[in-house]
Design a protein around this ligand. Sequence first.
Ligand code: TYD
Length: 153
Amino acid sequence: METTLVLLKPSCVQRQLIGEIVNRFERRGLQVAGMKMMQLDDNILREHYAHLVDRPFFPALAQSMKASPVVAMALRGVEAVAVVRGMTGYTNGRKADPGTIRGDYAMSNQQNIVHASDSPENAKIELERFFRPEEIFEYNHALLSFLYATDER
Ligand code: TYD
C-alpha cells in the first residue's frame, strides 16, 4: 500500500468542487487516510514548490495558492501515487485529457484544481510537510477484498 498527498487548491475550494473531487477519489477505491483544511503561507509554499521558486510565474503561483484555504488529503491504495497522478492529468488543464480531473474541471496551467505527489519519495516528504503523524490514520478498509485480488494487496 502507498499513501500519497493531494491538495485541493483554492481553484477547487472557491469553485465549490471539494465534494465532487473527493467523491472521484473515493469512487476509484482510494481510502481517505487523512484530510484537513489549512491556509498556506509563503514559507510552506517556497518549500513545496522549491523546484519552481526561480521561475517567473512563482509569485503568481504562490498568490493563487494563498487565495483561500486548501484541503490537504492523504489517500491510500495500491500504487496510489501513480493512480492519483493518472487521475490528476497533465498540468495545463487545457491540454489534460478528458476524464482526468484537470481535463474535466480546468482551463488553466495554474488554476488547475489539484496538486498530487509525483513519486513515492516525494509523497513521503510532502505528507510530512502537510500532516503531523497523528493526523494520518491506519484503519481497517472494509471493502479491501472487493477492491483488490489477494495477491495485489
Ligand atoms: P509542476 O510541479 O510542474 O506540475 P504538477 O502540478 O502537474 O505536478 O508545477 C506545479 C504547479 O505550478 C502547477 O500545478 C501550476 C504551477 N505552474 C504554473 O503556474 N505555470 C507553469 O508554467 C507551470 C509549469 C506550473
